[in-house]
Design a protein around this ligand. Structure first.
Ligand code: C2E
Ligand code: MG
Ligand code: MG
Length: 723
């Protein structure tokens, strides 16, 4: 028993010491747990990213706590129970209660420990669940966002593809097209030229300064200001598109013509942000245009401006507002007898003469004055800033001094003269048309008089001209209304006194003015071309009359018909004569054609050929008014003529002027030697007749025998002996 007590004592001692020794450990554990619990109350502790759940450790900890407390309970409760001297029955009961207590205590402990861990897990799970919900909604949002992004991405892809196609298209267009691209980023002050354009001008990429000034530096100095003005004007206009044509300098120093087109963008503040556009090389087009211009506006032979250009410049001069303070003079010049040069020396010589005159004009008429070739042998000069008529006349005379210099060609010397009309602007007119018309009238007046002179336009000329125009209109109507009649004047054989021929002379029976002389209207008919129907009527009427006389048994006299120079150069005239003679069955040698020397001279070659053909038919040809024109004796030989009609001017003074009679005598002698018949026109006196008879003149015509008379009148005269 003593041994049991000592053992119990030792156990008791050991337990006591163990308890004493475990107390600080227990305190430490307690404080650790307290600390730990405080820390672990915050659920965030468990949700730290570095927090790890260690199931082994956690289980071990619970088991350890349970084990320790179980051991302590067994050791301490039994020891305590042993110390109390209790009956077996009490002991047994207390031991039973102790067992129940132990179970209760450990159950509570396990409950608390499990509760604590599960609570943590629950809170963690809740937190995780909450976070999960947040995450789910965030995920949903993300999905929507993703969808949106995908949509935007798709759109972006479409746009990017479209952009790439458009860029490709643009690149192809720029490379393929004959143009360069320019882009002026005004806000960033950058001027861009596409490489192709730089290449066009012969520059390397870096050789052109990519600034506005870099572009300006390439412009032609003459156009710089205007180009800048135009682009500014466009920017300020704030609408439409920009277009200009100018020259740009190439690297080699030459210039290329450029068509520049573009469009600008203006920002909200109304300021221009950028302008971009294209440059097209139009140099070739411009050169062709210039070539065409020179063809259209310049005379190919002389290089002088032509009528079109002259009229254009004249219009500008008239419209020039600064001209109000000064006047200018228009000089209209026509070379006298230019046709003779062409006819006698040939067209090449004619061209040389025109060039010679043009050279003088180019030399003597410098800006601001101008000279032009208006047509054929017509030139015009404008002297600007003229003080008065005297000043104008002075300038014309100075110019004529140079123009009248003898001209040498084919070893011959020619003296050139001009008929010149002068008009002053604004005194004589203020339109191109008016000025040219007035100048032409003045020139025509000089031409009609003595030529080789100049005259200023006068109002009377206009009135005369109006009268002339009125007359032409009346003449036109007269042809339609057949207001003409043929008169006949007998031509007498100066030996027998018999009527050998009758000259048909046209008369215009004007409804108001009565009989109008052919001297008045024939030149007009020639001028207007009315001579063709009129001449045809004369020819037909005269031949029909001849036929009628023949049919009615009148003597077979010759019919002499005047034919205009215009008609004897026409091929159709031959057929016309042939046809009529055939139709009417008239003897050809009883028909005579009268042509004047001046008329034949208009186109000597053509008229000679045609007259020859007519002569070959047997028709007689007479050279009318001989002595009034050039009276070139060589023509007497060259022209296919049968007779010469000595102009009445010679006959008029034949008695008074001894020289005149000598000339007449010589002509008669010469024509006889050339086997030509001679007819003296305008015999009015017996003295004249006697003289002509003495000089063996074959035929005569004049008032002495008869004035021109209507057909009935001639019928009476045909049987009369006139000498
Ligand atoms: P011409 O052929 O020399 O005709 C002669 C002109 O002299 C006629 O004038 C005639 O009346 C005029 N005359 C004749 N004898 C005398 C005279 O003794 N004294 C004066 N002072 N004059 C005389 P007319 O009929 O006035 O004709 C003038 C000119 O008109 C003609 O000159 C002729 O060149 C032209 N002419 C007349 N009829 C025609 C025609 O049918 N066709 C063409 N192309 N010309 C015509
Ligand atoms: Mg005649
Ligand atoms: Mg005559």
């Amino acid at each position: 028993m003593k041994i049991i007590q000592s053992e119990m004592y030792i156990i008791h001692q050991l337990t006591e010491r163990a308890v004493i020794a475990l107390i600080p450990l227990f305190n430490k554990i307690r404080s650790y747990f307290k600390q730990d619990i405080n820390k672990k109350k915050d659920i965030g502790y468990y949700l730290r990213p570095n927090y790890k759940i260690r199931p082994n450790f956690e289980s071990m900890r619970i088991a350890f706590v349970y084990g320790i407390l179980g051991l302590l309970w067994i050791l301490l409760s039994d020891d305590l129970l042993g110390r109390i001297a209790l009956s077996a029955e009490v002991y047994r009961r207390i031991a039973l209660y102790k067992g129940w207590g132990y179970v209760l205590f450990t159950t509570l402990l396990i409950y608390l420990l499990v509760l604590e861990r599960l609570t943590i897990i629950k809170r963690m799970l809740r937190k995780i669940y909450e976070n999960f919900e947040d995450l789910s909604s965030a995920n949903e949002e993300l999905m929507v966002l993703e969808e949106e992004l995908r949509h935007q991405f798709d759109e972006l892809t479409v746009h990017r593809n479209a952009l790439s196609i458009s860029e490709q298209r643009y690149k192809l267009a720029v490379e393929g097209a004959d143009c360069g691209i320019w882009d002026w980023d005004i806000e960033n002050k950058v001027y861009y030229f596409s490489p192709k354009w730089k290449d066009y001008l012969g520059y390397q990429e870096e050789e052109i300064n990519n600034t506005f000034m870099g572009w300006i530096a390439l412009l032609h100095p003459e156009e710089k200001k205007e180009v800048i003005r135009k682009i500014r004007e466009y920017i300020n206009r704030k609408e439409g598109s920009y277009e200009d044509v100018y020259r740009m300098r190439c690297k080699c120093g030459s210039y290329k013509w450029v068509l520049s087109k573009g469009k600008a963008i203006w920002n909200e503040a109304g300021r221009v942000a950028r302008i971009a556009g294209s440059h097209t090389d139009i140099s070739e087009q411009k050169w062709t245009e210039e070539k065409l211009n020179s063809l259209v506006y310049f005379d190919a032979l002389t290089g002088l401006p032509n009528r079109l250009m002259f009229e254009d410049r004249l219009t500008k001069l008239i419209e020039d507002p600064s001209r109000a303070k000064h006047q200018f003079v228009l000089v209209y010049m026509d070379i006298d007898n230019f046709k003779n040069v062409n006819d006698t020396l040939g067209h090449f010589a004619g061209d040389m003469l025109l060039k010679h005159i043009a050279d003088i004009l180019k030399e003597q008429v410098a800006g601001p004055h101008m000279a032009a070739r208006l047509s054929g042998d017509e030139f015009a000069v404008v002297f600007d800033h003229i003080e008065d008529r005297q000043d104008a006349a002075h300038r014309v005379k100075a110019l004529l001094k140079h123009l009248r210099r003898p001209w040498h060609i084919q070893d011959q010397q020619f003296f050139i003269s001009f008929s010149i009309g002068i008009v002053l602007c604004p005194e004589h007119g203020s339109s191109v048309d008016q000025l040219l018309r007035c100048a032409d009238m003045a020139m025509y007046t000089v031409k009609k008089n003595m030529k080789d002179n100049y005259c200023f336009y006068k109002q009377e000329m206009r009135e005369k001209n109006l009268k002339h125009i009125k007359m032409i209109n009346e003449l036109r109507c007269a042809i339609e209304r057949q207001e003409f009649e043929l008169y006949y004047q007998p031509i007498i054989d100066l030996t027998s006194g018999e009527v050998t021929s009758a000259e048909a002379l046209i008369r215009w029976i004007h409804p108001e003015r009565g009989m109008v002389s052919p001297m008045e209207f024939i030149p007009m008919a020639e001028e207007t071309g009315l001579i063709y129907p009129l001449g045809a009527w004369v020819l037909e009427t005269a031949l029909k009359q001849k036929k009628e006389w023949e049919d009615r048994g009148y003597p077979h006299i010759k019919i002499s018909i005047n034919v205009s120079g215009k008609r004897v150069t026409q091929e159709e005239f031959i057929d016309e004569v042939r046809q009529l003679l055939d139709d009417l069955q008239i003897k050809c040698n009883e028909v005579q054609i009268e042509v004047t020397e001046t008329a034949v001279m208009e186109d000597i070659r053509a008229s000679t050929r045609i007259l020859k053909e007519i002569k070959d038919m047997g028709v007689k040809i007479a050279l009318d008014d001989f002595g009034t024109g050039y009276s070139s004796l060589t023509y007497l030989q060259k022209l296919p003529i049968d007779s010469v009609k000595l102009d009445r001017d010679f006959i008029k003074n034949i008695l008074e002027d001894p020289q005149g009679s000598v000339i007449v005598e010589s002509i008669i002698e010469l024509t006889q030697k050339l086997n030509l018949e001679i007819v003296a026109e305008g015999i009015e006196t017996k003295e004249q007749l006697e003289l002509l008879k003495r000089n063996n003149c074959h035929y005569g015509q004049g008032y002495l025998f008869s004035k021109p008379v209507p057909k009935e009148g001639l019928e009476d005269l045909m049987f009369v002996r006139h000498i």
